[in-house]
Structure formats: structure tokens, C-alpha cells
Design a protein around this ligand. Sequence first.
Ligand code: SAM
Length: 216
Amino acid sequence: MNEIIGAQHEFHDAEFVAGWADRFAPTPERLKLFNVILSELKSRIPQVSCVVELGIGPGYLADHLLGELPGIRYFGVDFSDPMLDIARQRLKPHSSRIAYVQADLVKDNWWADIPMSVNAIVSTWALHDLGSRENVEVVYKDCAQVLGDGGMLLNGDFIKPDKAIYEYEPGRFEIAKHIAMLRRVGFSSADCLLVLEEEIESPTAAQNYACFKGAI
Ligand SMILES: C[S@@+](CC[C@H](N)C(=O)[O-])C[C@H]1O[C@@H](n2cnc3c(N)ncnc32)[C@H](O)[C@@H]1O
């Protein structure tokens, strides 16, 4: 029972990053998350829109969204050189519609290099890596300020289940705390759209994730 549910965070190490990208090619469950994000974007933002992804990693979500939404302009933010290299390779077919921003989500003004108003901010499996609830709140607050009227944040990330019997790393916390945080930082509505791969008894670090939506 001393186990802490959490992941390794060696995103500046090229070998670790290459292994991570291979291990976490999208599964059918993760594609469900991608498709919830896609359907929210399809139904709620203009066809010609600006979408920013926080922690783009190997570019799996970006590939999915750029393939399905021909009118969007995309900005992928990440602090990891090796992740950005993998994303650039994967997303070559979309290169005219995507730009990359190398920045730390907590320490840098990642939005400063985005030269247009942002309709949606998306993210998967990234914000828990920021190391604390406080850091997630900093990023949620920045998102609320960056998004224009009608804008929305869709964050699919690891949570601590309400019935958890293990300790979880600090960036993984309960659904109700995410919702309260989104409201506190300025989103006029906040919801949990779905929970995936729920596992209480013997969870791995790649289970128990939810999709949050904050609307301005
Ligand atoms: C677990 S990976 C997920 C990648 C991708 N979003 C996915 O779902 O496949 C987390 C990503 O967030 C990035 N990341 C973690 N902490 C970050 C920070 N403080 N600033 C910018 N990027 C960060 C990592 O480099 C990595 O690419």
C-alpha cells in the first residue's frame, strides 16, 4: 500500500522519449478520448479556427484533429526537444497548418508567440506532469485568459479516482477538484465529459483518466 501511482517524467531524454512514443501509440480507449475532443471541436468552434495543444508530445492527438478538421490552424506547445522532433516528423503532412512553440507551460508565456486569437485549447495526458495541483491551476488560469469569448479548454488527463486506495502523484487529483479549479480561474462552465479505464484495485499509471471541458 506504499505504492504511489505515477509516471516517469524524463521528457528531455531522447531515448526515454522514443520509448514513450512507441509504448503509447493510441489504443482504442485513448481514441475514445481523442474522439470526444474532436466532436466538441466540430460542434462548438468555427470551421476556421485556431487550436492550441499543450504538451503535444509525439503528436498523436494533433494528427487525429488535423486530419479531421481541415479548417484549423494548430499550435503545438511542448518543452521537450525530442518530443517536438517526433511530432514534426509525424505531422509533416500537415506542416502548412501547424507551428510549434517550445516553452515550459508553468515558467514561460507559451501564448506569447501565437499570433491570432485562440478558439480552443486541448491537451491529453500532460498537465499531471506539471508536478502539483498548484501548477495545473496556473495553466488553467492562463488558458482562461488566453481564450476569447466562446472559447473552450478540453483537457483529457489522469485523475485520482474518488475511491482510490493508493496514493497518487500530486498532479493526479479528483474530478471535483478539477471542476472547482476551472470555475475558480474564470471558466463560466466546467464539466467532466467522460472517465476512461477506471481501475481502483490494481491501477497502472496509464489508467484512470477523464476529459474536462471549461467554456468561457
Ligand atoms: C505524458 S506526455 C503526453 C504526450 C501527448 N500529449 C500524448 O497524449 O500522447 C506529456 C508531454 O507533456 C510535456 N510536458 C511535460 N511537462 C511540461 C512542461 N512543464 N512544459 C511543457 N511541456 C511539458 C512532455 O514533454 C510530454 O511531451
